[in-house]
Design a binder for this molecule. Sequence first.
Ligand code: ATP
Length: 306
Amino acid sequence: LMQLSIPLNFIGFVYREIRQGLTDIEAMVDLIDVAPEVQDKPGAPALSVAHGSVTFEDVHFHYDPDREILKGVSFTVPAGATVAIVGPSGAGKSTISRLLFRFYDVTGGRILIDGQDLREVTQASLRAAIGIVPQDTVLFNDTIGYNIRYGRPSASEAEVEAAARSAQIAHFVEGLPKRYQTEVGERGLKLSGGEKQRVAIARTILKAPPILILDEATSALDTRTEQEIQSALDRVAENRTALVIAHRLSTVVDADEILVLDGGRIVERGRHGDLVALGGLYAEMWERQREAQEAGSIEIPDPPIR
Ligand code: ATP
């Protein structure tokens, strides 16, 4: 990888270049490392994924030394399981996903994948093992087919179409006059947030990583779109280890474990039914979401400030 060896004055140029055609965080990080303090150890081996279990052990993290963001977070996502993280804005949910992708190194504790500390393996192998479906997917200014195939450039036409079907976007694409050759982006067809997210899901299905990070959109979607995206996400998460930054009811209800994060700590954990019965922060969030849903919104609103 050319990262780290790119002279600083070249980064601005590269950045402008890739902004032209770029897309998501994941691709961006492949090209320029946003956190130069994260480095491969000399002679680091590749991550070897057997089952894909993810463990956070007493993880502490700060962006600025005078403000700790994660204050001792421990959890395990067993291989093939789905763990959802919920909590108020600023609780540290996205920070957890950034640490798993190793945008930053932890400041205390450790993160393991199948027993291997992320800092002991190459970043390239780590990032090949993890697929991210970001909240706001930015697509390449190219065709829909190109955007899907980006997940695995060697994929055949039939594989691209199968991924589109699993992601519930094929029906839409195949109704367009130029189908997979349809240009999207600034000069092409403008896709809705839900359509873009399904393209990102199709791309991730093609990449077929053992571990997934799903950052659900907070923006309100209509019920049908929400159901389509949910069923696409269910398929991509099937038999994979998934960490979901959850904003929607449907994901949370089915998760194997829900972590309620507040102020950088896990304050409650368990399955949906247990947490509702507990009558704490989660139960409060759930109740408020139910009210909001009845009023026509499907977001999980922030819990009251305490
Ligand atoms: P939301 O639900 O609003 O997305 P979140 O729970 O995902 O919130 P994070 O994005 O993890 O929260 O942010 C946690 C805290 O870390 C916030 O207070 C935020 O201001 C701070 N933070 C996030 N990124 C940075 C950064 N690059 N530098 C400094 N502070 C940051």
